[in-house]
Write a protein that binds this ligand. Sequence first.
Ligand code: SF4
Length: 232
Amino acid sequence: MPDGEQISLFDWQGTETVSEAVTHEEISASPQVPIPKGFYQNLQELTTHCQQCQRCDLAPSRTHVVVSRGNPEAPILIIGEGPGQHEDETGLPFVGRAGQLLDKILASVKLDSQNDVYICNIVKCRPPGNRTPTPDESAACKPYLLEQIRLVNPKIILLTGATAVRGLTGDKRGITKIRGQWLAWQNYLCMPILHPAYLLRNPSPEPGKPKWLMWQDIQAVRAKLDELRQIP
Ligand code: SF4
């Protein structure tokens, strides 16, 4: 089938129907083949498929595809930018110094990184030199992210840093302008927060500084989660 025909055949959105015609092989080989909403039955199937993915230029240099860590039924889904060196080596997101700080931030409001959150990234393969993913790379990987969100179906999505905000919502505002604000995206409640790596570079706890701002934001997230849990 010519590429043009294939694209138009699957160029639709907004239904849970799964196309039988598009195959894993076609999807994983080309960013031109959209991944239909509802394509994956579960996260294990998605993970297995991601591990074979060649949809963008990040594939050749990766060691591991980094899909997620945490609880697939968590109430909070956290999205980062992309894997760094430790993540590429281990196959798990947010396990370097920034990840350890993220776990401490969560623990400060009694959120457990094993049970209360599911963590993933905009792109699942490491950009060389930890550069920001390109728009093409983010777009090629985004359908996997959308499927992760659909399957986890969290109460709250946290977007760590400007790349995560832009990658999911398209909002190009600076992170310092929108951090701590609740955003509605596709019926999900999202909050942009500072990236933990930024806090490592700005460790002052003084009021108004990044670390202090994160403390305000994570307390607001905890309060919102408690509120949502009381709604039947
Ligand atoms: S970053 Fe995403 S789209 Fe690109 S090769 Fe990895 S899994 Fe595939």
